[in-house]
Design a protein around this ligand. Structure first.
Ligand code: ATP
Length: 235
């Protein structure tokens, strides 16, 4: 469904992605793990067209999207939840969710999806009239994921969903990520420093070091891999 072929991305002279290839099949949860600065966020930004690849290609359902504008990529069904959430702090929860559906005009479908996200995260339903900026970090992450779901994406790109959150909230969010994949059939691509939870939630994983992919396997096999254990799981 989504294919990065030998992608090179630069920030000026900084060669951030050094020829990476990643494939995401429809219906999969894929996790990309790696240390700080490895190039995980850049991989998502290159996929969503925010920082386009200089060489190599990004394909979505067989179409070359490497040089498409980010808003066109969103319209095709690839929606990114950026690191640090970036919800609209002065809009209410309900208004933030409306913004997620701004490209749609199927009222019935929007209503169904709204009921669905409020069912996933009942706390958001309770706080629907509260402004986004007054929510806790965990609630903001839930809102950011829900807002993305309101665009009914085919692929959801999640950048560090665990960032700055308490362990119990992180577990809850990862459980829901898996639930969204199972119930809504959404394909999900996660980049994450919390390797343990990210690999547990994923069908397959990729390990990234210094802008290159160094390993790929099922989530289960990567969790059992001695090198991964030492470098990313603190074992
Ligand atoms: P983190 O988990 O800390 O977000 P990451 O694996 O997501 O790390 P990236 O943010 O993709 O890594 O960064 C990859 C490399 O590109 C790093 O060396 C980083 O310093 C550099 N980089 C990222 N953003 C920019 C930018 N806007 N301008 C210049 N260099 C950048």
């Amino acid at each position: 469904m989504l294919k990065l072929n030998d992608v090179h991305t630069y920030y000026g002279n900084i060669h951030a992605l050094k020829g990476i290839s990643i494939e995401v099949t429809e219906g999969e949860v894929i996790s990309l793990i790696g240390a700080n600065g490895a190039g995980k966020s850049t991989t998502l930004m290159t996929t969503s067209g925010v920082v386009p690849a200089k060489r190599g290609t990004v394909e979505f359902n067989g179409e070359d999207i490497t040089h498409k504008a980010p808003d066109d990529i969103v319209k095709m069904g690839i929606c990114q939840v950026p690191e640090g959430r970036r919800i609209f702090p002065y809009l209410t929860v309900a208004e933030n969710l409306d913004m997620g559906a701004f490209l749609r005009d199927d009222k019935e479908g929007i209503k169904q999806d709204l009921d669905y996200v409020y069912g996933l995260f009942p706390i958001l339903a309770n706080r629907r009239n509260q402004t986004g900026g007054t929510l806790s970090g965990g609630e903001q992450q839930m809102l950011a994921i829900s807002r993305a779901l309101m665009s009914r994406p085919k692929v959801l790109l999640l950048d560090e969903p665990s960032l700055g959150l308490a362990p119990i909230i992180i577990r809850q969010i990862f459980d829901i990520i898996r639930k969204i994949n199972e119930e809504h059939k959404t394909t999900i691509f996660i980049v994450e420093q919390n390797a343990n939870l990210a690999l547990k939630a994923a069908h397959r994983g990729y390990v990234m070091e210094n802008g290159a992919i160094t390993m790929t396997d099922t989530g289960e096999n990567l969790l059992a891999n001695e090198d991964v254990k030492k470098a990313y799981l603190g074992m």
